[in-house]
Write a protein that binds this ligand. Structure first.
Ligand code: RFL
Ligand code: PHB
Length: 389
């Protein structure tokens, strides 16, 4: 098979890139190791920046998002038994949209299928070759048969554990990493959300987040030690723990019910530099990870692929390589700022097992400063809604 751009991975980064390229008349094939149902079964992000909403609009997949997405003008921070609202719209004139990653993925998959563009699901032993040359090749096996795709460029959109970054010699990359000594236990339930907006709660027992997918579906998280096992968390135990970490008013109005999904995600900060190796480009979680506290992962994946799509359009449509050559540097500037914000929000809101009394006082002083200073609230708001693309 031959295509212009071979895309590894059918997560949000790969699917959005495929759609943006197809819209611009650039031929592409996606190679994904899992089944469509497996990809749709992963419950992950929930908050879209306006840049991401615009990207989905440009890709022609925003109809359902416009209909069902919940626009949020603010978030709440809870600590010391009280809630403090940060009005994003008043502070920075922008909002965020609550619309699950599952739905984004579903919309992108449907558009790709409707356009009849090739996606190879359940591809095994995917391997990348000759991306240092002008003729890269992707090999994989499917149903026992070996296949080869010849292309001009490879986009590595295969997430943190994917093969793309691993295909690059270690000497060609520099990586930066911080692994946090805790994870998030997440629970999805068909219960009305406890509040109209998201609540980020800092508590003696650890961080908690009240999020949602719709007016009837809630998504809650509690910080747990890295060693925790999801099997040890009954629904009842989860609800009890969440309630204890909320302010009394929220705790009282929390509506509980059976879980639809429960999982534990480790927290990590990670960046790989650069993001281009010859004609291989890394995008999304393949190149960087943020802890979910700042709600930035999916949004960074979207801004990477917007930049990559613009670069490829420059090459194919205008015979101009400048945008593509600037890809890595341009993305990394935005990525590092999102890394900083996500690390800061994580450090501010979580309980660190090795924190001494001084560290605790610093967290308390920072929270107190935050809610009493408009300048500090504006800095949080500016980052939360997403820095300019
Ligand atoms: P994905 O979604 O991991 O998709 C990669 C795809 O590549 C496939 N793959 C391969 N395919 C072929 N060959 C191989 N060798 C392959 N290896 C892997 C995989 O099967 C998969 O289908 O990466 P992508 O597309 O870069 O998207 C990134 C986002 O998924 C991620 O950043 C977000 O989910 C992070 N995130 C959040 N981001 C936000 O912007 N806002 C949020 O509110 C938010 N909340 C979250 C989150 C992530 C979380 N977890 C579970 C880490 C909340 C949580 C709990
Ligand atoms: C989510 O709804 O899954 C979510 C929302 C905000 C975050 C992280 C996750 O910061």
């Amino acid at each position: 098979m031959r295509t212009q751009v071979a895309i590894i991975g059918a997560g949000p980064a790969g699917l959005l890139l495929g759609q943006l390229l197809a819209k611009a008349g650039i031929d592409n094939i996606i190679i994904e190791q899992r089944s469509p149902d497996y990809v749709l079964g992963r419950i992950r992000a929930g908050i879209l920046e306006s840049v991401t909403v615009d990207a989905l609009e440009r890709a022609g997949v925003a109809a359902r998002l416009r209909e069902d997405g919940l626009v949020h003008d603010g978030i709440e921070l809870a600590f010391d038994g009280r809630r403090h609202r940060i009005d994003l719209h008043v502070l920075v004139g922008r909002s965020v949209t609550v619309y699950g990653q599952t739905e984004v993925t579903r919309d992108l998959m449907a558009a790709r299928q409707a356009a009849g563009i090739t996606t190879v699901y359940e591809a095994q032993d995917v391997s990348l070759h000759d991306f240092g040359s002008a003729r890269p090749v992707v090999r994989y096996r499917k149903d026992g048969m070996a296949h080869e795709i010849h292309c001009d460029y490879i986009a590595g959109c295969d997430g943190f554990h994917g093969i793309s970054r691993q295909s690059v010699p270690q000497t060609a990359t520099q990586t930066f990493e911080r692994v946090y000594p805790f994870g998030w236990l997440g629970m999805l339930s068909d219960t009305p959300p406890v509040a109209d907006e998201l609540i980020y709660a800092s508590h003696e027992r650890g961080f908690a987040l009240c999020s949602m997918r719709s007016r009837t579906r809630s998504r809650y998280y509690v910080q747990v030690p890295s060693s925790e096992r999801v099997e040890d968390w009954s629904d009842e135990r989860f609800w009890d723990e969440l309630r204890r970490r909320l302010d009394p008013q929220s705790a009282q109005s929390l509506v509980t019910g059976p879980s639809i999904e429960k999982s534990i995600a480790p927290l990590r900060s990670f960046v790989c530099e650069p993001m281009r190796f010859g004609n291989l480009f890394l995008a999304g979680d393949a190149a960087h990870i943020v802890p979910p506290t700042g709600a930035k992962g999916l949004n960074l994946a979207a801004s990477d692929v917007l930049t990559l799509a613009d670069g490829l359009v420059g090459v194919y449509r205008h015979d101009d390589k400048r945008e593509l050559d600037a890809y890595s540097a341009r993305c990394l500037r935005r990525i590092w700022k999102a890394e900083r914000f996500s690390w800061w929000m994580t450090s501010l809101m979580h309980r660190f097992p090795d924190a001494d009394d001084f560290a605790r006082r610093m967290q308390q002083a920072e929270l107190d400063y935050l809610i009493s200073s408009e300048a500090a609230c504006r800095a949080l708001a500016e980052n939360y809604v997403g820095l300019p693309y």
